[in-house]
Write a protein that binds this ligand. Structure first.
Ligand code: PLP
Length: 442
């Protein structure tokens, strides 16, 4: 056993930095979930990270189950990635001209996925935004279909909430997005084939594309029901719309070939366009969108649809991404599965012993824990995900944090593991779980 007495950690350094940060940055953070608003308390300011461990500015150490919200597939400061980055940096950091590294990274992604042509960008948001623009330019249509609970970055037209009826156009999901930006977006319930069929019956000849997370991870992990993605691909094809599979989170994580490796590759279909990010940047800002060669041919400079970026294909980011993907061998994916299996089993044991109702859902090694009643069945829509007990998760989160385990500070996020999570790190989490489950049940 490790020493798991709650540290009620000394957080003076994080407290001071958070106060300084709030004076100069909205909420003190550069991406909202980091502020701990959903769980309360002070976010830990991290000074360094190695393998599966984070060390904060007060010297507290945590097993990391955020992994930068997905990118750190190999763990932190992986030697091959660090070496590739150092080598790249020594040759200059950005040229604004083409490089061999970009070609190699794109070739690696083309080899693993069904995309025929790929364009590099700097964030997942840029990837989905550009894919939608391309789909509209290619089809000459305007309407976009998305699912409630799926997040595709902070693209205006995708920050939309469902309207009052199933097939009515949506309303902005945040102030700052004009109604005109979402009035061409249809938001449907996930995993609901009838809603999809009805939307296409009514608006089929106006729909440019349907975009979905390949397996949603942004409302907790809500896997597609068997055949759902194939159904979406076929429905789009039947109506001349493009099927965009957003693999920013699942790409190169759910499997070597992402979520597509778990369904499309087996079932024999491919999306028209795909988006990638996170793992393919190896912890640097790199993302991509790509797909059918005839669709991608519509992109500037080959075609008329404009898209560009000063730092797109940045040599340091592409070096980190390429080193990450090249190191992500079968052994890495086997270890990810082992770690996830051990953690899922530990959660089941601890939560069952504490009498805490729960449902665990996964795709590959990505999983999340819903604090919902298993008698209500699996979580298959955003409405069902919202039944999770947010207050109990907050108590659980802090009890784990006090025992040196950094979970995502929100009940609606996936837990991410890395291949660097060795037995010591896994045991540390397993040892922390029983007391944290009790704290959540109290
Ligand atoms: N798409 C999905 C599925 C995501 O999970 C995210 C981010 O979490 C994005 C797009 C946006 O990516 P980024 O945060 O790099 O803009």
């Amino acid at each position: 056993m490790h020493d798991l007495s709650p540290t009620a950690a000394v957080t003076r350094g994080s407290d001071e930095l958070f106060a300084r940060a709030r004076a100069v940055t909205p909420g003190g953070v550069n991406s909202p979930v980091r502020a701990f608003n959903a769980v309360g308390g002070t976010p830990r300011f991290i000074r360094s990270a190695q393998g599966p461990w984070l060390t904060d500015v007060d010297g507290n150490r945590y097993v990391d189950l955020i992994c930068s919200w997905g990118p750190m597939l190999l763990g932190h400061a992986h030697p091959a990635v660090v070496a590739a980055v150092q080598e790249a940096v020594s040759r200059g950091t950005s040229y604004g001209t083409p490089t061999e590294g970009e070609v190699a990274l794109v070739e690696e992604i083309v080899a693993r996925t069904p995309v025929e042509r790929l364009r590099l960008v700097s964030s997942g948001t840029e990837a989905t935004m550009s894919a939608i623009r391309l789909a509209r330019g290619f089809t000459g249509r305007d309407v976009v279909v998305k699912f409630a609970g799926c997040y595709h970055g902070h693209v205006d037209s995708l920050l939309a909430a469902a309207g009052s009826g199933l097939t009515t156009f949506s309303i902005p999901g945040t102030p700052g997005v004009p109604a005109s930006s979402t009035e061409l977006t249809l938001v449907l319930p996930y995993n609901d084939r009838e809603a999809v069929a009805a939307a296409f019956r009514e608006y089929g000849d106006r729909i440019a594309c349907l975009i979905t997370e390949a397996a949603p991870g942004n409302m907790g992990v809500v896997p597609p029901t068997p055949g759902f993605n194939a159904f979406l691909a076929e429905t789009c094809r039947n109506h001349g719309a493009l099927f965009i599979s957003d693999e920013v989170m699942t790409g190169f994580r759910a499997s070597r070939q992402g979520q597509w490796g778990l369904d499309g590759a087996r079932e024999g279909w491919a999306p028209d366009l795909m988006t990638f990010g996170k793992v393919m940047g190896g912890g640097f800002p790199a993302a991509a969108f790509g797909g059918r060669a005839d669709v991608m041919a519509h992109l500037a400079p080959e075609g008329p649809v404009y898209q560009a970026g000063t730092l797109s294909g940045n040599p340091v980011a592409t070096a980190a991404g390429l080193a990450t993907l090249r190191a992500a061998t079968g052994d890495v994916y086997a270890r990810l599965d082992e770690v996830a299996d051990a953690l899922r089993a530990g959660v089941v044991d601890a939560f069952t012993a504490a009498g805490l109702p729960h449902v665990i859902q996964s795709t590959g090694s990505m999983f999340s824990v819903f604090l919902t009643d298993p008698a209500d069945g699996p979580v298959s829509t955003f409405a069902e995900a919202q039944r999770t007990d947010v207050a109990a998760y907050g108590a659980f989160f802090h009890a784990m944090l006090d025992r040196g385990v950094h979970l995502p500070p929100s009940a609606y996020e996936a837990w991410f593991v890395s291949s660097s999570h060795d037995d010591r790190a896994v045991d540390h989490v397993l040892d922390a779980l029983p007391a944290a489950a009790k704290a959540a049940a109290a």
